[in-house]
Design a protein around this ligand. Structure first.
Ligand code: HGY
Ligand code: MN
Ligand code: MN
Length: 415
């Protein structure tokens, strides 16, 4: 098959599929709350499985709950080309973060079926467990196990805010599979994802050719002071853990700003204890998220945080425990896969630009074990991790077309 310009996905079917999945965990503001390993995640997984089986795929689940829907290749002994992302969302997430990559890959399979196209390598559609890292830290833990970064035991032992382990919840929803996690050859990995930032839309590009994923460091900080009466404890005698946390919030923000324009820093969680209006908080739990495209800069941010926390807690008389719970260095994607994505965009005449991913993705771990790259679509106002997250049908269609063509380059069409 030489002329591939008519090898396209069915963009309306993809859009309808996205809207259907978006109903599972749908929120009144039009977003999606489908936290990993909850009952709604189970419901979404089961719907995804039905869709894949209806498309002629065999679905396997590994011991991390990662789902792989396999479309057989002419030579099924060859390693698969995997296309995927994640179906779990943030608590105030949208309908497209992760979901576009999983259902866009399913649309590629559906379209190959419609067009009667066979490939030499098998193609697998993947749904990775707990990409978001919201309920269980670290993020992308299951693709991390698949890529050999974490052990299965480490991942299963992760605990959520209610003390439930990832392993228990996986079993509870019936997705603790029997397939080994990873340890098998993968020919290539491509991930379609929304940009989750403002660049592509603001600059008017149809597609982002993702060349790198920026690095990340996540921390958990537990501050300990002393609970005492809000009315009768003189100011100089207080050991106010929340005051310490507040100063650390300011410190984290300053560190991010000091590494502008590419450095970013966030305190996403802050829980004072006991949380009574007339008790001086004796404890505070907080999280820190640092990101930057340069590893040495991430290290500088790390050092500034540790020095600042020591100084702040000493001044107030607090003790603390600071733990780094997640780290990966900036990830360069495979140049040949990046060029396959570029050729896909050029084939359709889509405007495109190279871009570094601000968000983390399962592709950042898959890049450790197989040639990997990503395709970005714009998103409205660059908004994500917000219920108003939105894209346009022409963007999801373009992204899925490019995903299909990049995948076909690696999976090899059989005439
Ligand atoms: O945090 C991230 O970058 C991703 O959404 N897990
Ligand atoms: Mn995502
Ligand atoms: Mn996300």
């Amino acid at each position: 098959m030489s002329d591939l310009s008519n090898v396209r996905v069915n963009g309306v079917r993809l859009w309808d599929t996205l809207m259907e999945m978006g109903k599972i965990g749908g929120t009144p503001k039009g977003g999606c709350k489908r936290l990993t390993l909850t009952d709604v995640d189970k419901e979404g997984r089961e719907l995804f499985k039905r869709w894949c089986e209806a498309a002629g795929c065999t679905v396997k689940v590994d011991e991390m709950g990662n789902m792989f829907a396999r479309r057989a290749g002419e030579d099924d002994s060859l390693p698969p080309v995997i296309l995927g992302s994640h179906l779990d969302t943030q608590p105030t997430g949208g309908k497209f973060d992760g979901v576009l990559g999983v259902l866009g890959a399913l649309e590629v399979v559906r379209s190959l079926n419609d067009l009667g196209i066979r490939t030499r390598h098998p193609i697998e559609v993947a749904n990775w467990t707990n990409e978001e890292g919201s309920r269980y830290a670290p993020a992308m833990v299951s693709s991390g196990v698949f890529a050999g970064v974490y052990t299965k035991e480490f991942a299963h032992a992760r605990v959520d805010q209610d003390g439930k382990t990832l392993g228990e919840e996986l079993a509870r929803i019936g997705f603790k599979g029997t397939e080994p996690v990873g340890g098998r050859p993968v020919h290539a990995y491509f991930e379609l994802h929304i940009e989750q930032g403002p660049i592509l839309e603001a600059e008017g590009y149809d597609v982002g050719i993702v060349t790198h994923g920026q690095g990340q460091r996540w921390y958990e900080i537990r501050l300990t002071g002393f609970e005492s009466h809000a009315g009768s404890t003189p100011m100089p005698r207080r050991k106010d853990a929340l005051l310490g946390a507040a100063r650390i919030v300011e410190l984290v923000n300053k560190i991010g700003l000091s590494k502008a324009p590419l450095g970013v820093s966030t305190v996403g969680m802050l829980n004072p204890y006991p949380g009574s209006r007339n008790v001086i908080p004796g404890e505070a739990f907080m999280t820190v998220d640092f990101r930057h495209p340069l590893d040495e800069t991430l290290s500088e941010m790390d050092a500034a945080l540790k020095a600042g926390v020591e100084e702040i807690t000493k001044a107030i008389g607090l003790t603390y425990d600071l733990e780094q719970v997640f780290y990966y260095a900036p990830v360069p994607f495979d140049p040949a896969c990046v060029e396959a994505v570029r050729r896909g965009a050029d084939r359709f005449g889509y405007s495109h630009r190279d871009i570094v991913s601000g968000a983390g993705h399962d592709a950042c771990y898959m890049a450790r074990i197989t040639p990997t790259s990503m395709i970005f679509t714009p998103c409205v106002d660059g908004v994500s991790h917000n219920e108003s997250e939105d894209i346009k049908l022409e963007w999801s269609t373009a992204g899925a077309n490019v995903l299909m063509h990049a995948a076909l380059e690696k999976a090899e069409i059989v005439a």
